[in-house]
Design a protein around this ligand. Structure first.
Ligand code: NAP
Length: 328
């Protein structure tokens, strides 16, 4: 029987998600890696408990997180039954559809057919009556935005999700989706783009759109899958993602240019008396435009380690300038 820490809300900071009523923790936990069939359920359980014990209320999933596809939601459902039933209202749970999930023409992209049946499947796997947030996972240029956003609107009206969001949309696509949702009477809560010191594409207009429209922003891969911990500076450790599950983080990403930047960033973090990954998390959160940093973890200690940023001094103007230099 799991009893969450009584102090769980004391240290965490929460930010308002755009112009909504929702507050999200500065650090949220994603279940993309390490919640499928490869990782023991006990480790998954320990990670979720550690997160919640420290005020991480937001867990992010998608239909195809695994491996195999669906397994992260299935494991989350098992753990939901074991640990979370009496705490459901303290959790903010998201899932998504938009990438390939099942074979045939209806298990991918952005049709009403796909999104609604995928969420029905996700709810069964997670043993939930509703999710707090449902995303369209990536833009689909071949489906009219009215159909995709119409499906999100219908999902909220049917009570299967409380809020909806979009992920991986560019600035113009995001603006069109946000406006269509507003027209339908279901505001877009949040956008989920990739953002880290090694991938700054959202600075080219997307954050301006989100600020203007009052939409929140939760950024995924703030540690670039682990590159921004500095763990790959002297080779590939045996217990790292690149060794144990390199589906998406391949040794080819260790280019001279990336390693040069990471080294330069580490020197700045060292001078601050801080770990590089702490500086990387503080950097994505340096402006309130970003509501939450969506991290992954392979063990509970990484979660508590990352939460050390809650007590770290903010980055100074001079340090921010040095980071800009290092990223050139
Ligand atoms: N919307 C989308 O299209 C999309 C795409 C990708 C991800 N996401 C979301 O973003 C979440 C996070 O993605 P991510 O896991 O790639 O993010 P990340 O936070 O950039 O990388 C997480 C990895 O970094 C390492 N790490 C984290 N904290 C550490 C620490 N304190 N010390 C040492 N190593 C540490 C661990 O890898 P090791 O295995 O090396 O320990 C961990 O699995 C996903 O779970 C998912 O929810 C969304």
């Amino acid at each position: 029987m799991y009893t969450p820490s009584e102090n769980r809300y004391q240290a965490m900071q929460y930010r308002r998600c755009g112009k909504s009523g929702v507050m999200l923790p500065l650090i949220s936990l994603g279940l993309w890696h390490n919640f499928g069939s490869i990782t023991p359920l006990a480790t998954q359980q320990a990670m979720l408990r550690t997160a919640f014990d420290h005020g991480i209320t937001h867990f992010d999933l998608a239909n195809n997180y695994g491996p195999p596809y669906g397994e992260a939601e299935r494991n989350f459902g098992r753990l939901m039954d074991a640990d979370w039933r009496t705490h459901r209202d303290e959790l903010f749970i998201s899932t998504k559809a938009g990438y390939d999930m099942w074979s045939g023409p209806y298990g991918d992209h952005g049709s009403r057919k796909y999104l609604i049946s995928s969420l029905d499947q996700s709810l069964k796997r997670m043993r939930l009556e509703y999710v707090d947030l449902f995303y369209h996972h990536r833009p689909d240029p071949d489906t009219p935005i009215e159909e995709t956003m119409g499906a999100l609107d219908q999902i909220v009206r049917s009570g299967k999700a409380l809020y909806v969001g979009i992920s991986n949309y560019g600035p113009e696509q995001a603006e069109a989706a946000i406006r269509e949702l507003r027209r339908l009477g279901t505001p877009c809560l949040i956008h989920q783009p990739r953002y880290s010191m090694l991938d700054r594409h959202i600075e080219n207009g997307l954050t301006d759109v989100l600020c203007r429209e009052g939409v929140g922003c939760i950024v995924f891969q703030p540690l670039a899958g682990g590159l921004l911990t500095g763990k790959y500076l002297d080779g590939i450790p045996e217990d790292s993602r690149m060794k144990t599950d390199s589906r998406y983080l391949k040794p080819s990403s260790l280019t001279d240019d990336t390693l040069r930047r990471v080294r330069a960033l580490k020197a700045i973090a060292d001078a601050r008396g801080q770990k590089l990954h702490h500086m990387a998390l503080q950097w994505v959160l340096r402006e309130e435009t970003v509501t939450s940093a969506l991290i992954g973890a392979s063990r509970p200690e990484q979660i508590t380690d990352n939460l050390e940023i809650l007590n770290a001094p903010p980055l100074t103007e001079e340090e921010l300038r040095k980071i800009e230099e290092a990223l050139k």
